[in-house]
Write a protein that binds this ligand. Structure first.
Ligand code: SF4
Length: 180
């Protein structure tokens, strides 16, 4: 069974998509340094078909993707929820898992993020991350993790290109001397 605590529109979790992210509770992974320890607790509202239908209807026309954040306590229910999302909407389906396994019916997902959070390696935006984001391209899961590094790499390149500039100011006396 899946339970959710919140849902919201997000822009950065899935590249090039406006996503409705549903945060699922009862996460069994307990990654050290987890940014959302509140999701470890078994609480929230049951994400059954009726609840899902109501949530999806609210965002029709506003988002392109529905992203299930968590659900490792019941991967079979994640698959069934993905199936229901396709039946109830035209949204793409994404799954953020803290484990390293594709879902049992991967064709139901357009995006899958795999891997636990490791504070020494960082999340998806870190070029050192252990986590991976895959896009389903005609049934092949292509690693698109580097798309999350664009900002980081751009900032690094900009900071390296900034050379100190020497500015020489002439004193008023020097200006006075050069007038004639
Ligand atoms: S999978 Fe995500 S929510 Fe669960 S413990 Fe790890 S970082 Fe936290």
């Amino acid at each position: 069974m899946l339970k959710y605590c919140t849902y919201d529109v997000v822009f950065q979790e899935i590249p090039d998509e406006v996503s409705l992210a549903i945060s699922l509770t009862n996460c069994p992974n307990h990654c050290p340094g987890c940014h959302s320890p509140q999701l470890w607790r078994d609480e929230g509202h049951v994400l059954d078909r009726e609840a899902l239908k109501e949530i999806l209807a609210r965002y029709k026309g506003y988002v392109t993707c529905c992203c299930l954040m968590g659900g490792d306590n019941d991967p079979d229910a994640v698959v069934e929820t993905a199936r229901a999302i396709h039946q109830l909407s035209s949204f793409k389906v994404a799954w953020y898992s803290g484990r390293n396994f594709l879902p049992s019916e991967p064709q139901l997902f357009q995006y899958v993020k795999l891997g636990p959070y490791r504070s020494d390696l960082g999340g998806l935006k870190s070029p050192h991350t252990n986590q991976r984001m895959y896009r389903n391209v005609d049934g092949q899961f292509v690693d698109i993790t580097p798309t999350f590094w664009r900002d980081h790499l751009l900032n690094e390149a900009l900071s390296q290109s900034r050379q100190p500039v020497e500015v020489h100011h002439k004193s008023s006396l020097e200006f006075a001397k050069t007038k004639h």
